[in-house]
Design a protein. Structure first.
Length: 194
């Protein structure tokens, strides 16, 4: 009787081993990614709050797609940053999605700054920005969350698109070139206050 069940038992064992292998590999990969990402906290913050929010963005809770794209762009040179380019080159293309998933799954840090809320600029069509960045600027495919970032970081990013020093998003280059310095400042103040 046992002989008849042996092929079935062996088959079940092989199938369960094969099915378990990817899960175990994913668990090991997640642990490997997490250990590789410890260095990120030295700038982006151990608790999600960057050490210098004026120049370093919040990445905890940022959209997964956006993180993958930015890391890819830093890795390939499509986006310039001596620090981030060096770090991005340490990751393989297969690491980028788990890396992004790790940070996007974290809680966006509670706002601690006391920036006075400003009304949206009357002369600028904020709805155009919300097509990608969503209502409340909370981000969505394909755009990042902007609400909660500092005014200084936001205006720096907007100006870098406007002056052509950041070109890894052609739509943003066109949009920012079309705005005056005053409009960009008003938008950055508004979003920073959300």
């Amino acid at each position: 009787m046992m002989k008849n069940h042996l092929p079935t038992l062996l088959g079940a064992l092989v199938i369960s081993t094969v099915l378990a292998a990817p899960a175990n590999a994913q668990g090991a990969n997640a642990q490997g990614i997490e250990s590789k990402l410890q260095v990120c906290g030295s700038c982006h913050g151990e608790n999600g709050v960057p050490i210098d929010p004026k120049t370093i963005p919040i990445i905890w809770g940022q959209t997964e797609y956006f993180i993958v794209k930015q890391m890819h762009d830093f890795k390939t040179g499509d986006r310039e940053s001596p620090i981030m380019s060096t770090f991005a080159k340490q990751f393989t293309p297969a690491d980028l999605r788990p890396l992004a998933r790790y940070f996007s799954a974290k809680q966006w840090p509670a706002k601690t700054a006391t920036v006075a809320a400003t009304p949206p600029p009357a002369n600028v069509n904020i709805a155009v920005c919300q097509i990608c960045h969503q209502q409340g600027f909370v981000g969505g495919l394909p755009a990042p969350r902007l609400a909660g970032q500092s005014y200084e970081f936001l205006i720096g990013a907007m100006n870098s698109f406007a002056n052509g020093t950041r070109t890894n998003n052609a739509d943003m280059v066109k949009l920012m070139e079309g705005l005056s310095v005053q409009d960009r400042e008003a938008i950055a103040h508004y979003i920073a206050g959300l």
